[in-house]
Design a protein around this ligand. Structure first.
Ligand code: HEC
Length: 96
């Protein structure tokens, strides 16, 4: 990699990091597959909520409630695997 292109890559990383930070505090496990799935599926209608806001049982209820929001708007519901991963992700970082 040339010096020039690695400088450009560095600038891009700084840019992406600041865009992420612009949406409020970074989510736990930022950049991981689970965090990206959560942001994608739970950040489309409102910014993704911070997992520490609720207890695991509340997240289970919220995810089901949000699935009816998806249905109401004619959007695809969560696949079983997506629902499990999102609830597990939220529960790992939930309030206790
Ligand atoms: C199709 C749009 C849509 C998607 C996708 C969506 N939400 Fe929501 N969400 C809403 C709306 C509309 C509200 C406000 C009404 C309500 O609270 O039911 C809301 C409110 C919330 C609230 C605040 C509730 C409260 O009582 O203060 C939380 C937390 C939340 N969503 C979590 C999630 C999670 C977790 C996901 C992913 C599983 C998700 N949302 C995906 C539309 C959506």
């Amino acid at each position: 990699m040339s010096i020039r292109s690695s400088l450009q890559a560095g600038a891009l990383i700084v840019l992406l990091a600041s865009v992420g930070a612009g949406c409020g505090p970074a989510l736990p496990e930022q950049g991981s597959a689970d965090e990206r799935l959560y942001s994608l599926r739970c950040g489309g209608c409102h910014p993704p909520y911070e997992p520490g806001l609720m207890k695991p049982a509340m997240w289970g209820i919220m995810v089901v409630r949000m699935e009816s929001e998806l249905e109401r708007r004619g959007l695809p519901r969560l696949a079983d695997e997506e629902r499990e991963k999102i609830i597990a992700y939220l529960s790992r970082h939930a309030a206790d």
